[in-house]
Design a protein around this ligand. Structure first.
Ligand code: UD1
Length: 420
C-alpha cells in the first residue's frame, strides 16, 4: 500500500532500470543454446523472477545476482510450461517458439498477465503453424509439436511484438529461410535481433519491418547488457510533469522516447538532452507550469507507446486544458482512466477515446491499481493531489518496476509504503 502526500515538486536524478520487455524474450532465447548465457542490467522485477522459475522448471540452471542473470539451458529436460505460472504471465507465450525449436514439443495453456483487453495469441500460433508446427488447441491447453521447423513466408495481420519475437526465435534454427512481413519495430525487437546475431543467428531487415532469417545449425551462448527501460523513463518524466520540478534521467537512449518527449514538450516541459548520444545521454526535464492539453494516439513503434497512455493521461488529469487520448493497440485499456475519478479527475470515455479536462489540484483519493501501468498512473495522479492519497497494489507494480516508491522518493516525492 502506498501513501502519497501530493503537491511536492520533484527534483533529482535517476538512472532507470533495464528494460523488462527486452529481458523477457532474451531469457526465452537462451533456451536455444547449450552453455552459459549472461545478461546484465536485468531489472529485479517479478516478471523476471517468474520467467526464471519457468526456465528452472524446464531444467535450466538460472542464477540471478544483483543485475546479472546467468542461464544455462544445457540440461533442458521439460517441455511443459505449467498452467500455474502461465496464468500469471502473458510473456510465457514467448517460450513457444524456442521450446518447439529446441525440444520439438511444448505443452502450455493460454497466457495471463495484465487484464488490458482480449490479448489473443493467434498470430503466434499461426506463424508457428506456417513453419510446420502441429498445434492442438482446445481453447485452454495447447500442445505444439514439430520434428523440424521450416522456413516460410508469413505476413503478420498486425505488427505484434510478441508474435514477431516468437517467430524470430523459431526461425533462427529452422531449416531454410524465413521471411516475416509487417513485423513489429519496437526497440526491444531490435535488441532481440542483435542478441540473436551475437549467438550466431543470421537476421536482417528488422528496421524495415520485413525480416529475413536464414536458419543456422547451431547457436552459441553470448553475453549482453540490456538497454534501459523506456517505459520506466517515461513514467518518471510523467511523474515530474504532474508534480512539477526538475529531474534528470539517465540509462536510456532518448531516441526510443521520441513520441513521449514530443508530448511532454507540447505540455510545456523544457527538455534538454545532454552528454553523450545513445544510452549514455542525460535527459533533463523542467516543468514550471500546469501541463497544456495534448492529443495522443497510441500505436505500434515508432508511435506513442500504449504502455505510457494511462500514465500520460494521469498527467493531463491535473493539466490546464483539454486532452484527447485514442487507444489503438488494446481495446480495454481505460481501467486506470476510470479509476482517476477517485482523484476528482474529469475523464469521459467514448469507445477507444478518452477526453480529459484538466483540473488542479486533484483531490486525494483511495484507489486500487488495476494493472501494471495503470498502477503507475494512479501514483502520478496522487502526486498532483492536495493531500494524502492511498493506493493499494496486489503486486501489479512489482511486475514491471523494481521499486517505484524508492525511485519516486529519490526524486523527492513524499511516499510511504507498507505491506498491508
Ligand atoms: C508487448 C509488451 C507490452 C506492450 C505491447 C504493445 C512485452 C513483454 N510486452 O506485449 O508491454 O503493451 O507489446 O506495445 O514485450 N494481438 C492479437 N493476436 C496475437 C498477438 C497480438 O490479436 O497473436 C493483438 C493484441 O491483442 C493487441 C495487439 O495485437 O491488441 C498488440 O499486441 P502485442 O504487440 O502482441 O503485445 P505483446 O507482445 O503481448
Amino acid at each position: 500500500m502506498f501513501k502519497v502526500q501530493g503537491l511536492k515538486p520533484l527534483h533529482g536524478k535517476i538512472k532507470v532500470q533495464g528494460a523488462k520487455n527486452a529481458v523477457l524474450p532474451m531469457m526465452a532465447v537462451s533456451l536455444l543454446t547449450e552453455g552459459r548465457t549472461e545478461i546484465r542490467n536485468v531489472p529485479r522485477i517479478s516478471d523476471v523472477f517468474l520467467m526464471a522459475e519457468i526456465l528452472r522448471d524446464l531444467g535450466c540452471q538460472v542464477m540471478f545476482q544483483d543485475d546479472v542473470l546467468e542461464i544455462d539451458a544445457s540440461g533442458l529436460s521439460g517441455t511443459v510450461i505449467s498452467e500455474k505460472t502461465v496464468g500469471k504471465m502473458r510473456s510465457s507465450s514467448l517460450l513457444l517458439g524456442p521450446l518447439l525449436s529446441r525440444a520439438g514439443e511444448v505443452t502450455t495453456w493460454y497466457p495471463g498477465g495484465c487484464v488490458i483487453g482480449k490479448r489473443p495469441i493467434d498470430f503466434h500460433l499461426d506463424v508457428l503453424r506456417a513453419m510446420g508446427a502441429e498445434i492442438l488447441d482446445d481453447g485452454g491447453m495447447l500442445i505444439a509439436k514439430a520434428k523440424k521447423l521450416c522456413g516460410t513466408t508469413f505476413r503478420f495481420p498486425y505488427p505484434s511484438v510478441g508474435a514477431t519475437e516468437n517467430a524470430l526465435m523459431a526461425a533462427a534454427l529452422a531449416s531454410g529461410t524465413t521471411k516475416l512481413l509487417n513485423c513489429a519495430r519496437e526497440p526491444e525487437i531490435m535488441e532481440l535481433c542483435s542478441f540473436l546475431r551475437s549467438m550466431g543467428a543470421k537476421i536482417s531487415g528488422e528496421r524495415t519491418g520485413t525480416i529475413t532469417v536464414d536458419g543456422v545449425e547451431k547457436l552459441f551462448p553470448t553475453d549482453h547488457v540490456t538497454a534501459g527501460d523506456r517505459i520506466c523513463a517515461g513514467t518518471y518524466l510523467a511523474a515530474a510533469a504532474a508534480a512539477g520540478g526538475e529531474i534528470e534521467i539517465t540509462g536510456v537512449d532518448p531516441v526510443v522516447l521520441v513520441e513521449p518527449l514530443k508530448a511532454l514538450r507540447k505540455m510545456g516541459a523544457g527538455i534538454r538532452i545532454s552528454g553523450a548520444t545513445g544510452p549514455k545521454a542525460r535527459i533533463g526535464m523542467v516543468m514550471e507550469r500546469r501541463p497544456a492539453g495534448v492529443e495522443i494516439d497510441t500505436g505500434p513503434y515508432p508511435g506513442f507507446p500504449t504502455d505510457l497512455q494511462s500514465v500520460f493521461l494521469a498527467v493531463e488529469a491535473a493539466g490546464s486544458g483539454e486532452s484527447r487520448f485514442k487507444e489503438t493497440v488494446y481495446e480495454a485499456r481505460f481501467e486506470a482512466a476510470m479509476r482517476l475519478a477517485a482523484f476528482g479527475a474529469d475523464v469521459s470515455l467514448h469507445k477507444d477515446t478518452a477526453i480529459i479536462r484538466g483540473r488542479y489540484p486533484l483531490v486525494p483519493g483511495i484507489a486500487e491499481t488495476p494493472d501494471l501501468r495503470g498502477g503507475a498512473a494512479l501514483l502520478v495522479a496522487a502526486l498532483a493531489a492536495d493531500g494524502l492519497s492511498v493506493i493499494s497494489d496486489s503486486g501489479h507494480l512489482k511486475r514491471g518496476y523494481e521499486d517505484i516508491g524508492r525511485d519516486l522518493r529519490k526524486l523527492g516525492a513524499d511516499i510511504e509504503e507498507d505491506e498491508l
